[in-house]
Design a protein around this ligand. Structure first.
Ligand code: FPP
Length: 245
């Protein structure tokens, strides 16, 4: 584990590193605007950064990292911007193969039905090729929405009830969880949101129920390894009670 110094104490210990970190990659548009560039240049820088932070998270000892790359609401953006984000996915789906060599498992969450055939094929291939890797799991949320995910889970369960496989009383939190896109991925411990916004924006609303929240005014393309370390340090100093005392 890479060494992260705390303010007054020794380094963050392995037990204090969050197992699952979620990142809302916000501020790409503002980053571009500040430089008088089109918004898509901000997404390009943001996409580069996601690779760097993934590698750093692995070095720090994080086991799961999820990036919110495209939400079910992002289709409302101008077509040119949506197209440029989709192009970036395609490019990075090829490059993400480097991670496979680094023993990183790759998973996607979200509704794939609205994505192009090429994207869906590449996503399935990279998931299959990395399924046995265990140094870290990288999760990309694409066309993802927390409410949409819960709806999808409920639909699966309703089918089981209709088929007579289970009784309504047998619907438990575990069953709902099992039918989420995340399946066996553990709940979030820490959610990082750069760019100054302090909201969840439909990101893993079920899995973030007890997550710690960390925000910073730094825009996502400028968010560097040291900033990630700051977030881990802040997390290690929190007192999580999960509703207890
Ligand atoms: C939010 O910033 C960012 C997005 C909606 C898109 C994020 C997508 C990428 C970084 C590109 C591809 C990612 C991968 C994983 C290959 P914003 O545009 O809302 O910024 P603003 O609030 O400053 O306008």
């Amino acid at each position: 584990m890479a060494n992260i110094a705390k303010k007054n104490t020794a380094a963050v210990t392995a037990q204090e590193v969050p197992v699952h970190v979620g990142v809302i990659m916000d501020g790409n548009g503002r980053w571009a605007k500040k430089r008088n560039l089109p918004r898509k240049f901000g997404h390009r820088e943001g996409a580069k950064n996601f690779r760097a932070i993934t590698r750093h998270a692995k070095a720090v000892g994080v086991k799961y990292i999820t990036f919110y790359a495209f939400s079910t609401e992002n289709w409302k953006r101008p077509k040119d911007e949506v197209d440029s984000i989709m192009e970036l996915f395609e490019k990075y789906l090829d490059e993400v193969r480097d991670f496979v060599e680094e023993n990183i498992r790759i998973r996607f969450i979200g509704d794939r039905s609205a994505l192009s055939e090429t994207l869906r094929r590449k996503m399935a291939a990279v998931e299959e090729d990395s399924k046995d890797f265990n140094a870290m799991t990288l999760v990309l949320a694409i066309n993802y929405g927390g409410r949409d995910e819960i709806c999808h889970s409920v639909q699966q369960i309703a089918k089981m009830v209709k088929a007579g496989q289970i009784e309504p009383e047998e619907i438990t939190q575990e069953l709902i969880e099992k039918n989420l896109y995340t399946e066996e991925i553990p709940p979030l411990d820490l959610v990082i949101r750069p760019s100054g916004e302090q909201r969840l924006s439909n990101f893993m609303i079920w899995q973030a129920a007890y997550a710690e929240f960390y925000y910073t005014n730094i825009l996502w393309p400028d968010f560097k390894n040291e900033d990630f370390d700051e977030a881990i340090k802040a997390y290690s100093e929190r007192n999580r009670r999960f509703g207890g005392v």
